[in-house]
Design a protein around this ligand. Sequence first.
Ligand SMILES: Cc1cc2nc3c(=O)[nH]c(=O)nc-3n(C[C@H](O)[C@H](O)[C@H](O)COP(=O)(O)OP(=O)(O)OC[C@H]3O[C@@H](n4cnc5c(N)ncnc54)[C@H](O)[C@@H]3O)c2cc1C
Ligand code: SF4
Length: 475
Amino acid sequence: MNNLPSTVGGGGTHADGKLPRFRAEDFRLHSERGPIEGAAVSDWPVSYDDLEPYYAAAERAVGVAGDASANPFASWRSSPYPLPPGPDMFGATLSAPAAERAGLHPYRAPTGANSRPYDGRPACNDCGFCGYYGCPIHAKGDPVALLSRALHTGRCDLRAECTVTDVLLDRSGRRTTGVRYLDAAGEPHEVGASHVVLACGAFETPRLLLASGVGNRSGLVGRHLMFHFQTFTVGAFPFSLHGDRGRSVTHLHDDFCVPTDDDLAAARAAGLPWFRGGIVEHGAAAHPVQEALTYPTGALHNECMRDSSLRERLWVFTMQGEDLPQAANAVDLDPAVRDVWGRPAGRVTYASHRHELAASEHWAPLLERVLRDAGAEWSVSSTSPPRDAPGAEAHPLGLAPASRHVMGTCRMGRDPATSVVGPEGRFHDVENLLCADSSVFVTSAGYGPTLTLMALAHRTASLLADAPLPATAPM
Ligand SMILES: Cc1cc2nc3c(=O)[nH]c(=O)nc-3n(C[C@H](O)[C@H](O)[C@H](O)COP(=O)(O)OP(=O)(O)OC[C@H]3O[C@@H](n4cnc5c(N)ncnc54)[C@H](O)[C@@H]3O)c2cc1C
Ligand code: SF4
């Protein structure tokens, strides 16, 4: 359910909600850094300046808690965060100073969890079940919080446990007339619409389009699938870190999104013109269910869980490394596998570009040194997708990352030959069909995608309603 969320609110319901913005450079990667062989590095058709008012609006809608002056790499902002940061996790009080001693710039992560009561919801009590679980007290500014607000207007009709099976077109094939869906009992229904906005996530949106035979004159629906290439550096401490208290991750550093001259020299030594990493999350290692799955069954299980070395003594850096877009990385329809309703399942074909591998190899040793300086007795790194996992040889094209950041499968652009939707999120082929999820991303950047997809969705909705937000200026 975490990887392919299928609940009201989607993945944001069980995400721990680190909500950084992208940087201005991320929207102009081709112009700023140049091409890389084997990757479709491109600029976005929207700029950071275009998106800034919508970023600010999205932060206000969620109630993001953060410190606007803390991150030296952040692009300009028109307003402070609506809430101050919440309390630090204990492990971060060790890893953040150690990162600073290594010349890095950790800061309190902008997070969609109330540090004070906000929008009728209470302040977070740091229960520790932020990642992978819904918030038991609704302190998260998650999609359910926003949906509740929409439902209270009386102008929103939510049909839970329904599955859209087809986007319907009129005779011209250039306009949608609505969708067909199955209710919880599997009964088919149709609903008519003047506009249809798809927001099924970057895996299910292309699957629905391909199954419907809609929007794919370019042949690019499902292509340019991106995740984040995750590097996990684990440090084992000789004392309790109380990793089961807090909002899962309370600090980030962005240094690897902005490579130094030394980093770029390492990229060239690896045969690449440049590389970029991603944000590094300073966080706890596991939640109880994850931990339980790693221990043997029987009496020893209870002993291991009581000792809880995973939650109590491990601290983890997770680098969400930028994953370059490649046309061959794709979601398509599986020819054999069907879902519970008999519809073709989505199928992923994915191989990492050597950009991701080289960037991970370059930065992991530094992360290991930082954790040892923070007090860890030992540190070790692994990646997702795994580099040398048993069974990996059975997947000659590569394994897909376990990352829950999924992007790029209906890429945005001005040219209908090289993109699926235009700068407003409108499908080139179907004028009243729009997309409002991370399918439209052109590149993945090294940041969690959610605030950016919210800002884009807000912009798409505002332009559709002919009510764009006014341009903003730095505060
Ligand atoms: C544990 C976890 C931690 C995360 N942490 C972060 C983080 O710190 N920062 C960050 O930026 N991101 C994070 N993410 C990722 C984040 O949750 C996603 O980027 C975000 O949820 C994507 O939102 P979405 O609405 O586009 O798609 P989804 O969340 O995938 O929602 C899609 C919705 O559409 C519904 N749907 C799909 N197909 C159909 C259909 N055919 N008919 C009807 N309904 C359909 C689904 O049921 C779901 O409700 C995390 C995710 C998880 C699971
Ligand atoms: S730590 Fe607990 S209370 Fe706080 S937002 Fe997360 S789930 Fe809610």
